[in-house]
Design a protein around this ligand. Structure first.
Ligand code: FES
Length: 107
């Protein structure tokens, strides 16, 4: 399992908001809602849309793919609406001393 990697200061991410980050040569979306942080692949499982460009609904903890609108749960990557049927990968994310750290889920 890989180690936690620093991706940004918490203060650098809009609240609520998201940034695109690269961890171990993989693109991921790091999402902030208040003091909570989440991380999922920047890949929609329907047809590869860039979730980092999708609309975040912080109240519902969802992000919508910008291509055909499938919604994913930012907490665990679950696909919530068509046309996506498969979860996108979710990764561990945490904040330590104001630094956002991500560890890739390699499964
Ligand atoms: S590529 Fe994301 S909904 Fe189609």
């Amino acid at each position: 399992m890989s180690d936690f990697a620093p991706v940004a200061r918490l203060s650098e991410i809009p609240d609520p908001g998201k940034i695109l980050a690269e961890v171990d040569e993989e693109l991921v979306v790091v999402i902030r809602v208040g003091d909570a942080v989440y991380c999922i692949d920047d890949v929609c499982t329907h047809d590869g849309g860039p979730l980092s460009e999708g609309e975040l609904d912080a109240a519902r903890c969802t992000i919508a793919c910008p291509r055909h609108g499938a919604k994913f749960d930012i907490r665990d990557g679950r696909a919530l609406t068509m046309p996506a049927t498969k979860a996108t990968r979710a990764h561990e994310a945490k904040v330590v001393d104001g630094q956002v750290l991500v560890r890739l889920n390699e499964s």
